[in-house]
Design a protein around this ligand. Structure first.
Ligand SMILES: [Zn+2]
Length: 325
């Protein structure tokens, strides 16, 4: 007899602006932990005591599944793996979590060059890279033991499959149970904030960066076709009516794209020009998020043929399609 899955959210503190992160214990024929929190003493302690409350220790886990490489979700993965627990992530996570220095250097120079072409002052760009380096320190590098394929069944949890849900992160993975309408969604859909489709580098030695907002919108469209009753998000409380929230997120993106298009009536602008106008209070503190937000919506506008870009002396300028040059 297979046991019905019990889902126990485990909330851990993080030192990040996003606030606490939700991991999840999935208990059925197997005991599975989903996500692990950042590498901090506080998160480690709360994780251990939460397991203990359920009469478990890390060694009792049959497997550990990580939704995506961000350190608030993946930070303690290595410690769990070292306790002998099978560790699963999508193949796309490998360059991010393995500490591959060629890929990390590639990523850093990609951001520096991209920020420059977006008109970001070098001093701000360098500061953002420093923040990224510090952020990475909340994750101990590791190599996943298994890389499941999308659509594959989750071992020990009948009815649950792995779902590829890219956009917020290129390796983003969710667990889905169609019959029960349950999505253990990591950061794919959050109740109180929109998930940022963060800028990501191309794969090593490739040219085209992924259009992460377009990927994310496709993921949201895919989710709209699914039976979704309850979503267990990576931040915030479990929620229902996910389809309404998805439609709101898509609508908000369309509205933001309209706002950006309207800014482009008079003169060609760089991404940084638009960041300072749209987010005058945020752009210095949250440069990475703000640049991702603006350039993602410009990708969308370009895809829809509503803006064009031109490169002049190393800077990328955007203007409205049909505007006088
Ligand atoms: Zn994330």
């Amino acid at each position: 007899m297979t046991k019905a899955a019990t889902i126990i959210p485990v909330t851990l503190p993080t030192p990040f602006d996003v606030g606490p992160v939700n991991c999840c214990l999935l208990i059925g024929d197997a005991v599975t932990l989903i996500d692990s929190g950042p590498r901090t003493a506080e998160a480690r302690e709360v994780l251990q005591s939460s397991l203990k409350e359920n009469r478990l220790s890390i060694k009792d886990l049959d497997q550990y599944i990580c939704t995506h490489y961000h350190p608030d979700h993946a930070g303690l993965s290595k410690e769990i793996q070292e306790a002998g627990v099978d560790t699963l992530m999508l193949q796309e996570a490998v360059p991010y979590v393995s500490g591959d220095s060629a890929f990390l250097n590639w990523t850093d120079s990609f951001y520096m060059d991209l920020y420059r072409s977006f008109g970001v002052p070098d001093s701000l760009g360098r500061l953002e890279l420093l923040k990224l380096k510090k952020y990475r320190e909340f994750l101990t590098p590791f190599m996943p033991d298994l890389t499941p394929l999308p659509g594959e069944n989750v071992r020990g949890h009948e009815g649950f499959v792995f779902l590829q849900t890219p956009g917020h992160a290129p390796d983003h993975l969710s667990l889905y149970n169609e019959r029960e309408g349950i999505l253990i969604g990591g950061d794919v859909l959050l109740p109180h904030i929109s998930s940022n489709a963060l800028l990501e580098p191309p794969a090593l030695h490739e040219k085209e960066r992924p259009k992460t907002l377009l990927q994310y919108r496709q993921t949201l469209q895919n989710l709209l076709t699914l039976n979704l009753k309850t979503v267990y998000p990576g931040h915030g409380d479990p929620f229902e009516h996910a389809h309404d929230l998805i439609r709101k997120r898509l609508k908000d993106q369309n509205e933001r794209a309209n706002t950006i298009e309207k800014m482009l009536t008079d003169e060609p602008l760089t991404v940084f020009d638009m960041c300072t106008r749209l987010f005058p209070k945020l752009y210095e503190k949250q440069l990475g998020l703000v640049v991702s937000e603006v350039s993602g919506h410009l990708d969308l506008l370009q895809e829809e043929g509503r803006v064009v870009k031109a490169v002049e002396e190393g800077f990328i300028y955007f203007r409205k399609t049909g505007a006088v040059q």
